[in-house]
Design a protein around this ligand. Structure first.
Ligand SMILES: [Zn+2]
Length: 329
């Protein structure tokens, strides 16, 4: 033991006893610190039912594990990344729920996480998120869904789909419903395939020509939410896979046009529509940055562009907000 003081080292007793006293004070201090630290631990143990935090607390002072939600403000149609800071293995987790509905858990940057897609028509309110560990401990956080401002704009039916007539309006509604069903019925990849952040589907800065979420007024009586983001892309612009995944759809649809859907696992899909050329085949594995297609104006479009949809399970969310939380830089 290096702390043992040998009497032989000290030539006079005075120096020895002073050193011994100092050593004793040091020991007392360490014991006091240890007891206080322990009593804090006991406090957490006693309160181990639900640890709830609704007010922001400095990260350093929070006892792990605790839940964080990104982005800070979650609107209708937004994605939310929920992370259990300090929980590093999914094996310890019994359940992870949003409003009593189970969330799919995975490790993101070494922490137990889940992705939530908030429906565009979700009721703005406060919803509980609860993570229960196998040993019974729970951590809880409230997710507040804020209303998204919805703009309404008229949208024509192009001549190639019959123009603005009652018949083409009816056909549009019925065929779009069918196409939605086809996409919802695609088999899913459960395992999270991506490890890197999500990249851009186009080279250079993205220019949004039509926002996610606004309501298109079509014909006499049809209203249709735009559940994707339209990006400026001239005819024949290369379109890149936003991350590693498997092609689960590579075909042409009446309204969505030539479409590629990549499943990235863990409920995440990226959807590229109105393409002019598809470079991939069904079940093909793709890496981030692979050129999967060329953009175009196939299907229900008024001009060439890339329509990008990001889906979390069956919910189409705001792709630009998604890139803010899981994209590069
Ligand atoms: Zn679009």
């Amino acid at each position: 033991m290096t702390y043992l003081i040998s009497q032989k080292k000290y030539k006079n007793k005075k120096v020895f006893w002073m050193t011994a006293l100092l050593f004793l004070f040091g020991l007392l201090g360490a014991a006091f610190w240890f007891v206080m630290g322990n009593s804090n631990g006991n406090l957490n143990e006693e309160n181990k039912g639900v640890l709830e935090t609704t007010t922001p607390v400095k990260t350093q002072s929070r006892a792990k594990p605790y839940l964080t939600i990104t982005p800070k403000m979650v609107r209708q149609g937004d994605p939310a990344l929920i992370t259990a800071e300090g929980a590093t293995t999914t094996r310890d987790v019994k359940s992870f729920t949003f409003d009593d509905r189970p969330l799919f858990i995975f490790l993101h940057e070494g922490q137990v996480s889940a992705l939530l897609g908030v429906e565009l028509r979700a009721v703005p309110d406060t919803y509980p998120i609860i993570l229960t560990f196998n040993d019974g401990r729970q951590i809880k956080e409230n997710l507040v869904i804020v209303e998204r401002q919805i703009v309404r704009k008229p949208f024509d039916i192009p001549d190639k789909l019959g123009g603005n007539t009652n018949e083409s309006e009816k056909e549009l509604v019925s065929t779009l419903a069918l196409e939605g069903k086809i996409i919802n019925a695609l088999p899913v990849v459960w395992k999270k395939l991506w490890t890197e952040k999500f990249g851009s589907p186009l080279k250079g800065p993205l220019v949004v020509t039509d926002d996610y979420g606004y309501t298109r007024l079509i014909g006499k009586s049809t209203t249709m939410p735009h559940k994707g983001t339209d990006l400026k892309a001239d005819m024949g612009t290369p379109v890149y896979a936003m991350n590693r995944g498997v092609v689960k759809f590579a075909s042409s649809l009446r309204n969505y046009g030539s479409t590629v859907i990549i499943d990235h696992g863990a409920g995440l899909q990226t959807v590229y529509m109105h393409l002019s050329k598809i470079n991939v085949t069904l079940e093909q594995k793709v890496e981030k940055g692979d050129i999967i297609a060329l953009s175009g104006d196939s299907g229900y479009t008024l001009n060439p562009h890339l329509h990008l949809t990001v889906r979390i399970w069956d919910i189409s969310i705001d792709a630009m907000k998604f890139l803010e939380i899981l994209g590069e830089n």
